[in-house]
Design a binder for this molecule. Structure first.
Ligand code: IMP
Length: 197
């Protein structure tokens, strides 16, 4: 079976690929360059669900089962920010380093016990007949005062996963893919998907 993944983020695509390959052996994922799609998709909804559906709907004319991940970091002390604005928290063009700096600035002086938050991933799935559904996965963590580790992307160097006593950027790819918000969302996706095919 072929599924189109609506993302230009290579690291995110790699994670989706690695997670799904381990769960569904006969699945082939196509990415946007495989279908010659190079346009920007404007994600202007104010929820993860809305943005994930914007991405799958933008590709409806290609006729594939299409999935999209819209994800981000939600920090309790910041009332859920950066949230749906995670990718462009420090403005455009998107820059992970600047986003992390802004996050640290906004949490300056905030003690460890108040630096909790979660990564959120919403997966939208759209079938060629227009039927769609969304599922969500979340992973709790704490925002450190300085970055640690070189793996992953985005806010991973600041996101401390207490159970493993490491940031997401200090985990191996396999470790992150076992516990991440994306893993949890993709498992939920497969549960619903299997009832619909
Ligand atoms: P999206 O591509 O519009 O869904 O934006 C997702 C943004 O959220 C990314 O640019 C990162 O800043 C952040 N993000 C989402 N998932 C992760 C993750 O697994 N690790 C680190 N940052 C993430």
């Amino acid at each position: 079976m072929e599924i189109l993944v609506a993302t230009n983020n290579k690291k995110k695509l790699r994670e989706i690929n690695d997670i799904l390959a381990g769960l569904v052996p006969d699945l082939k994922l196509l990415c946007l360059s495989d279908i010659g799609f190079h346009d920007d998709i404007i994600e202007d909804a104010d929820t993860f669900e809305g943005n994930a559906l914007i991405k799958t709907n933008a590709l409806s004319s290609y006729g594939y089962i299409t999935i999209a991940d819209d994800s981000g970091l939600s920090v309790d002390y910041l009332d859920g920010a950066p949230g749906v604005y995670s990718a462009r928290y420090a403005g455009e063009p998107c820059d992970d380093g600047k986003n992390n700096e802004k996050l640290l600035y906004n949490l300056k002086g905030v003690p460890y016990e108040k630096r909790g938050g979660k990564f959120v991933s919403v997966i939208a799935c759209r079938f060629p007949n227009g039927e769609s559904f969304t599922v969500k996965g979340e992973c709790p963590g704490v925002i450190l005062e300085s970055p640690r580790g070189d793996e992953g992307f985005g806010y991973d160097p600041l996101f401390y996963y207490e159970e493993y006593k490491k940031t997401f950027a200090e985990l191996s790819k396999d470790e992150k893919n076992t516990v991440s918000h994306r893993r949890r969302a993709l498992e939920a996706f497969l549960q619903v998907f299997s009832t619909k095919i």
